[in-house]
Design a protein around this ligand. Sequence first.
Ligand SMILES: [Cu+2]
Length: 141
Amino acid sequence: MKLKNLTSRMLIGLLAIIGLWGLGLSQGHSQPEQFVDVQIKDFEFRSTQLPLQLNAQTVIRVVNEDEVRHDFGSSIFYNSNTRVESSGVIAYGNDVGGAFIEPGHEATFHFVIRESGRYQFQCSIHPDMKGEILLLRAGTV
Ligand SMILES: [Cu+2]
């Protein structure tokens, strides 16, 4: 009984954290951030498909779960001041095209989407890895 209570309390705590995470999506003021998670596994990009808002701080987190190095590149970053963090290296700029991600590592991209549309991800090391097309819809603010 005691163990059960502890487990349900942990579950409630976890749900609260998930709730806070989701809150960033719905708040229309004070610098909301929206998050996209991309997993690289078995030479494939797997991403969450969320409706994203234009002109809001966006964070794309890419995790490489393969045993080889991959590259995550997309034209989504063009014309936006993008901050990339990958393996302890941080880069800024308007001409960031992507980042290499070592096995077991992750990269995060912080930027603002200026134009809605379809954006393709690709890996320059493995030309067959075209990734998924992420459809970005302009939400109402
Ligand atoms: Cu690759």
